[in-house]
Design a protein around this ligand. Structure first.
Ligand code: ADP
Ligand code: MG
Length: 456
């Protein structure tokens, strides 16, 4: 059942943001599930109170979402015995300086910079290689075996949930397992890098910051698309990059797009990103999806029958995170109901989660959902009206039409009685804002979710 907590943690990391997650959620330990009650343990009383006041609902809701059932949540304290038990299974390993420590053992809430962690599940051994990720995997292996010598930087890009974070964590684990040399490795997301920079600037600790990030054997920076438009962070990272690179120390980067598509990225940084090897990860094919399911199930000590694995793999094709989500749901439900996972059970359990044939929404449906959620009258979107709110809503609808249907720019233009160049402009504008502004991105995702439930 710990997998339930791991999945919930991943979800919370996304919704709360990396820094907040590392500080407050990562140190919590999963204690158990009894009936519908999940118990988590906090490092101390202060910590527990803080979580109760601020994050209890968020944690309970995410747990319930992952389990597919409403769950209750109880918080206890990690006593000495508990901490000792959970230590060997802890997904958190502190990476700075190549030694490992358990943040839960310290009595004070961990400071943010103590929260740089690798996920213990994300190793090469747990990574399934298939046609979509073969190249990135080979490059990651090469870098793990010969850091700083082969591809520097290694830049891995691809869509969400396709294994970028997993692969670069695997590099980190491999480097740390080197018995001949104690390598200094830091893994962190670009967002946390920025937060640490801000905090060092504020506390006048820039010398320490520089020492810390420049005296490394390898720096792994996840999700560098986050640097878009953050000029001060880009500047600092540029110097960090140069100083590591000059010493032939390894740099590994991930992003959801190629360097040239990251908006507002300084030219000199883009050049650096492009100067090593760029490898993409694509969606897994059916065989890889089946293999991933078997591997994840084995990790949970569960044997998945071939027909169930095939059914789930055929139903969820877009990304591995969703694939795992389906498996987690199956396992959680089967365990709650104390039954075995048969094909019928899987069909029933996943009914709400996946549609047998994912239908694409059409332009009308998108127009309706967008007008509805942005509070604009439906007819206004095709009218000549140009008030700010209507124009904006129209742009969002055009963006979603392009993104979610196979319609061309001119077809979409015809529908809204506009020129195709207007649609292209709208698409670019909204796409940029989606990548720059996380609150806005959530609104768009809400409309997309709405469309998914309508069309399935
Ligand atoms: P990304 O960083 O690209 O958004 P992640 O690395 O977080 O994606 O992967 C999402 C989930 O899918 C993780 O739990 C990861 O372990 C799993 N995953 C992705 N690709 C693979 C793979 N090839 N083999 C095993 N697990 C995978
Ligand atoms: Mg990632």
């Amino acid at each position: 059942m710990e997998a339930l907590w791991e999945k919930t943690s991943d979800r919370l990391r996304g919704s709360l943001g990396g820094a907040c997650f590392q500080t407050w959620i990562a140190p919590l330990r999963f204690v158990g599930l009894e009936g519908k009650r999940v118990t988590l343990a906090a490092p101390n009383r202060f910590f527990r109170q803080w979580i109760e006041e601020r994050y209890l609902n968020a944690v309970r809701e995410s747990l319930s979402l992952e389990a597919g059932e409403k769950l209750e949540l109880a918080l206890t304290l990690q006593d000495a015995k508990l901490a000792a038990n959970s230590k060997s299974r802890s997904p958190q390993q502190e990476l700075y300086g190549g030694y490992q420590a358990d943040p839960a053992r310290s009595q004070a809430p961990p400071r943010m910079e103590r929260g740089i962690t690798l996920n213990s599940r994300y190793t090469f051994a747990e990574f399934v290689v298939g046609s979509g990720n073969q190249f990135a995997h080979a490059a990651a292996r090469a870098v793990a075996n010969q850091p700083g010598e082969k591809y520097n930087p290694l830049f891995i890009y691809g869509g969400v949930g396709l294994g970028k974070t997993h692969l670069v964590n695997a590099i980190g684990h491999h480097l740390l397992s080197n018995r001949d040399r104690r390598l200094k490795v830091i893994y962190l997301s670009a967002e946390i890098f920025m937060n640490e920079l801000i905090s060092s600037l504020r506390r006048d600790r820039m010398t320490e910051f520089k020492d810390r990030f420049r005296k490394l054997d390898a720096l792994i920076l996840d999700d560098v698309q986050f640097l878009a438009g953050r000029e001060r962070t880009q500047e600092e990272f540029f110097h960090t990059f140069n100083s590591l690179h000059a010493e032939r120390h390894q740099i590994v980067l991930t992003s959801d797009k190629v360097p040239r598509d990251i908006p507002d990225l300084e030219e000199r940084l883009r050049n650096r990103f492009e100067s090593g090897l760029i490898a993409d990860v694509g969606p897994p094919d059916l065989e890889t999806r089946v293999a991933i399911l078997h591997k994840k199930a084995a990790h949970e000590n569960i044997t998945l029958s071939p027909d169930v694995a095939l059914y789930v793999a055929q139903s969820v094709s877009s990304n591995v995170r969703e694939l795992e989500g389906s498996l987690t749901r199956l396992v959680a439900l089967a365990s709650l109901r104390a039954c075995s996972i048969t094909l019928d059970f899987a069909r029933q359990a996943l009914r709400d989660l996946i549609s047998e044939k994912p239908a694409k929404p059409d332009i009308d449906a998108i127009e309706r959902a967008t007008a509805d959620l942005l509070h604009v009258r439906l007819g206004d979107l095709r009218s000549k009206k140009r008030t700010q709110q209507i124009a904006f809503c129209r742009q969002v609808a055009m963006y979603l039409c392009r993104k979610l249907t196979d319609c061309s720019f001119p077809t979409i233009g015809d529908h809204f009685a506009r020129d195709h160049s207007t649609v292209i402009h709208a698409y670019n504008l909204i796409a940029k804002r989606v990548s720059d502004d996380s609150a806005f991105r959530q609104t768009i995702e809400k409309i997309e979710r709405q469309l998914k439930t309508c069309s399935s």
